[in-house]
Design a protein around this ligand. Structure first.
Ligand code: PBG
Length: 325
């Protein structure tokens, strides 16, 4: 044995105390952002069939749920609206009494300690399900920007703490930054869905938000999953235009991109652990095929290891409970 020369890496893995001493990545409750679907109907708490444990909530149930979220130690939520009526230009998104604006006002009054992030997009509100105005079968860029700016301002007026534009029109950060500043909201940060891929992992969300495009797909504005350099172009321009946070979405299949975005940009990077990533784990766990808690903690830890500072996740409540144990 004497001439053998090798390293003993296992010394640092000998027991849980030793392992926790050298652990490089940690999940905190403060890292978690919980996505919530608010509906316009009254008295509704309806489970979304493809997302067990996630609900459509009317304003009364929203307050109840958000009080629980705060008591678990989660500090931020991101709101998605499901309106009763939709139209060509998505009026519900920017109307003063649109469902998200009402939800923000309610939360600011009833649960003021919560940071409320507003997803800024049109797809939940348009009859065709696309994220902008359609003309000649094409989602118009510059015309859609105007409606997005109106949406962001309406959300800011209602009291949103952070504006999170997700529609992937070119120039959305520049337009929204200018619109917010001119309306007197220079203090409100923009969390940009800078790097958003045209992903099959959004399937369950589109059921939840009733936002499946009625024709075509989103490939003419969301990014091609095969591309990496394009992510840097998107992130660079959003930073130049004034983004305060960068979102990478989805998370798990794009950890390589997350790492590179983290290394290139000194701003908070947010992983969006999307609906399909959630539902796959839930389905397997319901079958008893995987250990849900272990799988979820491993996945979220991998996002942080890849460079995410924050994680938007439908598992936020479960994770907070596990971290509280
Ligand atoms: C709106 C939006 C989507 C998601 C977040 N914001 C759907 C889409 O782009 O089709 C997906 C989130 C998820 O799957 O959890 N544009």
């Amino acid at each position: 044995m004497n001439e053998l020369n090798f390293k003993r890496h296992r010394r640092l893995r000998i027991n849980e105390n030793m392992r926790s001493l050298v652990r490089e990545t940690h999940l905190h409750k403060e890292d978690l952002i919980y996505p919530v679907f608010v509906v316009e109907e009254k008295g509704v708490k309806r489970e979304i069939s493809s997302m067990p444990g996630i609900y459509h909530l009317s304003l009364d149930y929203l307050v109840e749920e958000m009080k629980e979220v705060v008591s678990l130690g989660i500090k931020s939520v991101i709101l998605f609206g499901v309106p009763e009526e939709k139209d060509e230009c998505g009026t519900g998104a920017f109307h003063e009494h649109g469902i998200v604006q009402e939800a923000i006002r309610t939360l600011k009054k009833e649960v003021p300690e919560l940071t409320v992030i507003a997803d800024t997009c049109l797809c939940e509100y348009t009859s065709h399900g696309h994220c902008g105005l359609i003309e000649d079968g094409y989602v118009q860029n510059d015309e859609s920007l105007k409606l997005l700016v109106d949406t962001a301002i309406a959300q800011a007026e209602a009291g949103a703490d952070i504006i999170a534009p997700s529609n992937m029109m070119d120039g959305f950060v520049a337009a929204i930054r200018q619109g917010l500043d001119e309306a007197g909201y220079h203090k409100i940060p923009i969390m940009s869905y800078a790097v958003k891929y045209a992903s099959a992992f959004y399937g369950p969300f589109r059921e939840a938000a009733q936002s499946t495009p009625q024709s075509g797909d989103r490939k003419a504005y969301q990014m091609d999953p095969a591309n990496r350099l394009e992510a840097f172009r998107e992130a660079d321009s959003d930073i130049e235009e004034g983004a305060d946070f960068l979102i990478v979405k989805p998370a798990l299949s794009y950890l390589d991109i997350m790492r590179e975005i983290r290394d290139r940009h000194p701003v908070p990077v947010v992983a969006y652990n999307v609906s399909g990533e959630f539902s796959l784990v839930k389905a397997a766990a319901q079958q008893g095929w995987v250990d849900e808690k272990a799988i979820v903690l491993e996945k979220l830890t991998s996002m942080k290891r890849a460079g995410a500072d924050l994680i938007i996740t439908y598992f936020a409540k479960d994770v907070a409970k596990w971290l509280n144990e």
